[in-house]
Each structure stands twice: as structure tokens, then as C-alpha cells.
Design a protein around this ligand. Structure first.
Ligand code: GDP
Length: 477
């Protein structure tokens, strides 16, 4: 099984030059037409912050593996944006305010339906798709399922409140996913608002906005007073240009399930976001382990559509069951094939449920060694901020040229379900120092096979991680 650099980049919605840069770092000088074997491809995928998804042999047999897109068929597509930030900093207000910037809203009635995502058309004709579920939990959960939906993240920070714990979480989740961010400094109308203080605080968390000499874009806005929303949208478009987001609209559609539910009277309803190709009424779709013929397609204004191009979210009717958010979907050419794929996937799901063996640290390390990984991802939780910082500093010192700890998130407080989701999406180890995991976190860790290690002596922690990195992990762990 081989894939060209170009096709791999297309599938990840990354630039081919970025994939080539990663390969060069690995000592491989390649062109975009170079064929990569699966292991190399997986390394590149991880390096660019995605979760590799090996296509099963059955999928290949059934023909579910999309054929390559030619470079000349690729067309610019709108960016897909997720909004994150601390509670009460204005995520929902900003999503509502941005909804109203749609030029079509005037006549046809505004965006009225909540379908999990919406697209606005700006007066320039440019379009932006926003995912309507704010927050990093949903974002990282999708990533844990292997879905890469978001092209860029807007981090909302209230100018009268500054950086708060969930702001830091959001930043770290975006960084772990390798998704670029834009800072929206919100509530500029509020008394005590200070954008400069926000920029200063961001600096302390390794986010350098342009005014501070960095390259992260920041925009001062007020969701309440509808101020500078156009500037925020401009920044989003500017950042998207850099990303060179493209897709081939002229092929069978593929994409991701954003939301799905069973509705009384309507049956299974799913919001699909088209990643490439064009989805049409009448298409036969496999979504996760479900399938069906698209009976009707509706957009966020409740309008009936005949077709949906890349980056367009649509609610569809016609599936025989509700898939999960983060499942992928693809159009196939016959009902028989759709039934086969769905049956096969349902079997796989049952098997997976029977055999989820929790990952051990040893397992993780041997996997890392096999893949010649250079980073050992960890999420750290400690009882007080001082200890957390001490652990971060100690871990930064160990490791060598071949492997280093990569701290995805470090914070004071108990281990939460969000930590487990982040660790799961990035194949990371969770370290708890004088703290425990709460019930939901423990259950999630068990279900997803995420290893958690508890310590109460920093020396022990550092020692064990060091030993593990050196590949001398004793059976005691
Ligand atoms: P979320 O928890 O991040 O989704 O935050 P919300 O959008 O629910 O907003 C929390 C509170 O902040 C609400 O009372 C909003 O009215 C208020 N808020 C949001 N944006 C602004 C703003 O730009 N200026 C002011 N003064 N208040 C805002």
C-alpha cells in the first residue's frame, strides 16, 4: 500500500510543501509524486498533528478508498473554524454575532436552524464555515476519532478577564492538533477591558501575537456591540490563504459527520461536512457504520439543497441509523456496496468493544520506538501550580536528541475527562502528581485505553520517565 506525497497532503488538507518539509527533517529528499510506504506516511501524518487512520483491507477491497485527486482539479475551498475559550468569555455570543454577518441573511431570513455548523457568505463573496459547538472538548473528541475537521481555531479571550485556565486548555488543545489559531480579544466594550494585558499574558503562555513580535493574528472585538467582526473574518481569510485550503469538488463526496441524532417523525438526521467532492440528493452514503440514500438535504436556513460543495455543512435525511460525531462518510456507487461496508464496520465495532485492552506505558514506548518517534507526549496534572512547573522543568531536561518529552498540557487540579480526550487524541501518557482522576476521567481512560500514572515524589516520576525513554522500562510499571 503506497501513497504519493501529494495525495497524503490532500487527505490531511495540508500543503504538500509541509509534508515535504517533514520528510526532509527525516532525511528524505522527495518530490510531490514520490510514493511513500504506510509507515513513512503515518510518521508524516503524526508529525503534522493528525491521527493516522489505516484503511482496512476490506475498505480497499470494497473500493471505499477514494482515488487520488489531480493537482489541476483542486479548487480553493472555504475554511472551517472552531471557536474555543474560557467559559463566559463570549464563545456563544461571538458565534451568534458572526451568524448575522451573512449577507444573505437580510432577504432569505437568517440562519435559524442549529445543525452543528453554519456557513456565512461575506460581502466580498468569500465564505467561512463555523462549527457551532464551541469548546475544546468537542474539538478534541472529534480528533480522537481520527477526524480532522477544523482548519483554524479562534480563541476567545475576554479583555476584562484575561487568560483563564480554560483559555490555556484551549490553546494547548489547538497546539496539540497543530491547528493555527487566531486570538479574538472580546468584550472590548466592557469597563476594565485591556487588550494589552491579554497580549502580555498570552506571551507568558508562549503565544506571541504580531504586536509582540510573533505571527499569531489577534483582533479586538465586541460580540455584544457587533464591533470588528469584519476584521476578525478578514484575519480568518488571511490565515486561510496561508494554509492554501483546496479540494476537488468534482468527485464522489467524502467528509465527516458533525452531529447526528434520531428525531421523532424524521428518523435519523445527520449533519455532514463535505471535505471533498460534491454531495447530492440521491447519493448513496456510508457514514460510520450506517448507510442510506440521501433523501433530502437542508442547510442552516432550512433551505432545501440539491448539492453541497466542499466545506459546506448540510443536514441530511435518509440514513438508517445515527452515526457518531467524528465518523467519516463517503458516497459509494451501489446499495449493495453500502450494505457490505456498513455490515463490516458494525462487526468491527462489536469486536473493538470486546477487546479494548488498556494501553500500558511499555506498549506506548515500544510503539514510539518502532515508529522512531522523536517525541513522548504527556499531559501533566499536579496538586499545586508550583509542583506542576517543577515537573515541567524537570521533564524538559531529560531525553536526548532522539526522544524528548512533549508536554501537551500541564495544569493544577485533578485529572478530568477532557485531559483523557486530549491524551487519547495525541497518544499521550497522563501523569498525575498528588492528584487522582475523577470518575468520568477514569472510565474514559479505561474505555479508550489511555494510560495514567500516579506519583507523589518528583524524583520517582522523572526517574521512571527517564528509564522509559531509554527503553529500560522495568516490569514494575
Ligand atoms: P461562553 O460561555 O464563552 O459561550 O460565553 P457567552 O457567549 O455565553 O457570554 C457570557 C456573557 O458575556 C454573557 O452574559 C454575554 O452577554 C457576555 N458577553 C459576550 N460578549 C460580550 C461583549 O463583547 N461585551 C460584553 N460587555 N459582554 C459580552
Amino acid at each position: 500500500e503506497v501513497i504519493t506525497v501529494q495525495e497524503l497532503a490532500n487527505r490531511m488538507a495540508e500543503k504538500a510543501t509541509d509534508a515535504i518539509r517533514v520528510l526532509m527533517k527525516m532525511g528524505m529528499m522527495v518530490t510531490i509524486n514520490e510514493n511513500l510506504d504506510q509507515d513513512t506516511a503515518e510518521l508524516v501524518v503524526r508529525e503534522l498533528g493528525h491521527l493516522p487512520k489505516r484503511v482496512s483491507e476490506a475498505d480497499v477491497e470494497i473500493g471505499l478508498v477514494g482515488e487520488e485527486d489531480n493537482l489541476e482539479d483542486m479548487q480553493v475551498r472555504p475554511p472551517v473554524v472552531t471557536i474555543m475559550g474560557h467559559v463566559d468569555h463570549g464563545k456563544t455570543s461571538l458565534l451568534d454575532a458572526l451568524r448575522e454577518t451573512d449577507v444573505a441573511s437580510g432577504e432569505a431570513g437568517g440562519i435559524t436552524q442549529h445543525i452543528g455548523a453554519y456557513q456565512v457568505t461575506l460581502s466580498s463573496g468569500a465564505r467561512i464555515t463555523f462549527l457551532d459547538t464551541p469548546g475544546h472538548e468537542a474539538f478534541t473528541q472529534m480528533r480522537a476519532r481520527g477526524a480532522r475537521v477544523t482548519d483554524l481555531v479562534v480563541i476567545v479571550v475576554a479583555a476584562d478577564d484575561g487568560i483563564m485556565p480554560q483559555t490555556i486548555e484551549a490553546i494547548n488543545h489547538a497546539k496539540a492538533a497543530n491547528v493555527p489559531m487566531i486570538i479574538a480579544i472580546n468584550k472590548m466594550d466592557a469597563p476594565g477591558a485591556s487588550a494589552d494585558r491579554v497580549r502580555q499574558e498570552l506571551l507568558q503562555h508562549d503565544v506571541q501575537v504580531e504586536a509582540m513580535g510573533g505571527d499569531v493574528l489577534d483582533v479586538e472585538v465586541s460580540a455584544l456591540k457587533r464591533q470588528n467582526l469584519d476584521k476578525l473574518e478578514e484575519a480568518i481569510l488571511l490565515q486561510s490563504e496561508v494554509l492554501e485550503l483546496k479540494a476537488n469538488p468534482n468527485r464522489a463526496a467524502e467528509g465527516v459527520v458533525v452531529e447526528a441524532k434520531l428525531e421523532k417523525g424524521r428518523g435519523p438526521v445527520a449533519t455532514l461536512l463535505v471535505a471533498r467532492g460534491t454531495l447530492r440528493v440521491g447519493d448513496i452514503v456510508v457514514a460510520g457504520a450506517e448507510w442510506g440514500k440521501v433523501r433530502a438535504m437542508v442547510d442552516e436556513r432550512g433551505r432545501q439543497l440539491d448539492e453541497a460543495a466542499p466545506a459546506r455543512p448540510v443536514e441530511i435525511l435518509g440514513l438508517n441509523g445515527a452515526p457518531s460525531a467524528g465518523d467519516d462518510f463517503s458516497v459509494v456507487d451501489s446499495e449493495g456496496r453500502a450494505r457490505d461496508v456498513s455490515q463490516y464496520r458494525q462487526q468491527q465495532q462489536r469486536k473493538r468493544r470486546q477487546f479494548t485492552t488498556p494501553t500500558s506505558i511499555e506498549g506506548m514506548f515500544s510503539q514510539l520506538k518502532e515508529k522512531k518517534a522523536e517525541e513522548f507526549p504527556v499531559v501533566i496534572r499536579g496538586d499545586v501550580q508550583g509542583t506542576v512547573e517543577a515537573i515541567v522543568q524537570s521533564l524538559a531536561k531529560i531525553g536526548g536528541d532522539d526522544i524528548k518529552a512533549r508536554i501537551l498540557h500541564a495544569a493544577a487540579g485533578g485529572i478530568t475527562e477532557t485531559d483523557v480526550t486530549l491524551a487519547n487524541a495525541s497518544n499521550a501518557l497522563i501523569i498525575g502528581f498528588n492528584v487522582r482522576a475523577n470518575k468520568q476521567a477514569r472510565e474514559a481512560a479505561e474505555r479508550d485505553g489511555v494510560p495514567i500514572k500516579y506519583y507523589s515524589v518528583i524524583y520517582d516520576l522523572v526517574d521512571e520517565v527517564k528509564a522509559a525513554m531509554a527503553g529500560q522500562l522495568g516490569p514494575a510499571i
